[in-house]
Design a protein around this ligand. Structure first.
Ligand code: BES
Ligand code: MN
Ligand code: ZN
Length: 488
């Protein structure tokens, strides 16, 4: 769907935002008149109050140029911020994309609102059709263009720039997660990361040989049961001041998680192709930063492996030596994400002395029990960082909720045979996973861990901005945080 901003439009479908319990906006007056008052009548229908999420469709008489008018509930105008505008754009696309008409327009009063409507529309228009070979024309969207009609169309276009970049990041993260695991595996994921060089990023790929030299026994241990070579991709965007310490973003990229020898049950195992959601989020963020030319130094590092059962796979009882030198008794090969992250986190600190590290991972099923699909779990050793991420979550709509860390939880990681074990027991599973990661964070290093297992893909009724299997959670949150905190 091509999105543009204009001061008027002759699209087939014309949409307008209606204030809750409000009158028809003046921009719709002419269409109301042509139709002999059909729009006013639609507003008078008892159950249409203009609440956010409601809409009414009016079929126009032949004499009118527009074929349909859609009245979009806008809620109370004083509450209509960025997220409400996004929702309106998304609901409009969800409702009309398959309508059979080709062009769609919506009139939006304020400039920032117009940009947000466009962002919501773009998120809702996302599709991943790559592997359908038999789609008929009527199974594909008919709407090809969306015109956001607004007085200051140039201003709206400028305001859309960064949201456009960020939603490109979201869509890339979705694409990566949607790809099947026979197509997207460590090497091919690394190649996708490498492609970002055309957007001005510098991308470096480490293979198993290099990682062995570095002593990454955790990451390599997870990957050793797979016929696919493990990779570490490092994506650099240095748009800030030269010499300024970077921010590091670290992603869990388990391209498929069978559980390994501690094999997962079969039901829904196919979802574990999404266990690279953290890496997808980091990759999407790097694209967003490059596209909007962020004035910050940011390095994305993704640990790419496949966790398979095999004659060469790690066993429960094996002891791995991480790059940090700390040893880990593997008690459950399905607690693999932390084994990957511990080495990538250590590498990031050794290599780049970052001013902050944020890692993202579909780390624990337990976080779904704690927070459901509404918030990512946030763990941090730094209150300012935690608050900044929480605030960026509220602004971007990708919300996070902080959970505690603490000594007592850390004690649950004690092993009889090594410096630690890789599980903490049934209780507080997400917290003990976070405690494990914290053991690989140096003294004084600001760090946050986002457990995105509940939000990377969602069950149940979903928002119109989230139309695919994966949500693409991450790029909008991280880009917002970087903009708030590191750019002026
Ligand atoms: N990738 C899973 C976590 C997960 C579960 C993500 C459901 C998304 C949806 C992770 O590697 C895992 O298997 N974690 C185990 C940890 C346990 C063995 C300590 C879990 O959550 O059961
Ligand atoms: Mn696992
Ligand atoms: Zn996993």
């Amino acid at each position: 769907m091509k999105i543009s901003f204009k001061s008027q439009s002759d699209a087939d479908i014309q949409a307008f935002i209606i204030d809750e319990n409000g009158a028809l906006p003046s921009a719709a007056a002419e269409l109301d008149e042509i139709s002999g008052g059909l729009l006013t009548e639609a507003l008078a229908v008892e159950r249409f109050s203009g609440k956010l999420g409601q809409h009414a469709i009016v079929v126009m008489p032949k004499s009118a140029e527009a074929r349909r008018v859609v009245l979009m509930g806008g809620g109370k105008s004083k509450d209509r911020g960025t997220l409400a505008h996004e929702r309106i754009g998304a609901e409009l696309v969800r409702g009309q994309a398959m309508s059979g008409f080709k062009s769609l327009a919506i009139t939006v009063e304020d400039t920032e609102g117009a940009a947000a409507v466009a962002a919501g529309a773009k998120l809702a228009a996302y599709r991943f059709d790559t592997y359908f070979t038999k789609l008929k024309a009527e199974q594909k969207p008919s709407v090809k263009t969306l015109t956001v009609v607004t007085e200051d169309d140039k201003g709206a276009k400028a305001a859309f720039k960064s949201a456009d970049a960020e939603t490109d990041g979201t869509c890339l993260a979705r694409d990566l997660m949607n790809e099947p695991p026979n197509v997207l595996y460590p090497e091919s994921f690394a190649a996708r990361a490498k492609e970002l060089e055309k957007h001005g990023l510098e991308v470096e790929i480490l293979g198993e040989k290099e990682m062995e030299k570095l002593g990454m026994g955790g990451l390599l241990g997870v990957g050793q049961g797979s016929i696919r070579e493990s990779k570490l991709a490092v994506m650099k965007w240095m748009g800030g001041k030269a010499g300024d310490d970077p921010v590091c973003l670290v992603g869990k990229g388990v391209c498929f998680d069978t559980g390994g020898i501690s094999l997962k049950p079969g039901a829904a195992m196919q979802d574990m192709k999404g266990d690279m959601g953290g890496a997808a989020a980091v990759t999407g963020t790097m694209l967003a930063l490059a596209k909007r030319k962020a004035k910050a130094n940011v390095i994305g590092l993704i640990g790419l492996v496949e966790n398979m059962p095999d004659g060469n796979a790690i066993r429960p009882g094996d002891i791995l030596t991480s790059m940090s030198g700390q040893t880990i008794e593997v008690q459950n090969t399905d607690a693999e994400g932390r084994l990957v992250l511990c080495d990538v986190l250590w590498y990031a600190q050794e290599q780049y002395a970052p001013k902050a590290i944020v890692n993202l991972a579909t780390l624990t099923g337990a976080i779904i029990i704690s927070l459901g699909h509404e918030n990512a779990g946030l763990f941090s050793n730094d209150d300012d960082l935690a608050e900044a991420l929480t605030a960026a979550g509220k602004t971007s709509g990708e919300t996070v909720w902080r959970l505690p860390l603490g000594e007592a939880y850390d004690g649950l990681l004690k092993s009889k045979f090594a410096d630690m074990r890789n599980i903490g027991g049934r209780a507080a599973g997400s917290i003990t996973a976070a405690q494990f990661l914290k053991r690989f964070i140096k003294e004084g290093q600001a760090w946050a861990h986002l457990d995105i297992a509940g939000v990377a893909w969602r069950e149940g009724k979903k928002d119109a901005t989230d139309p695919s299997w994966p949500s693409g959670f991450g790029p909008r949150l991280l880009s917002q945080w970087i903009a708030d905190k590191y750019e002026d």
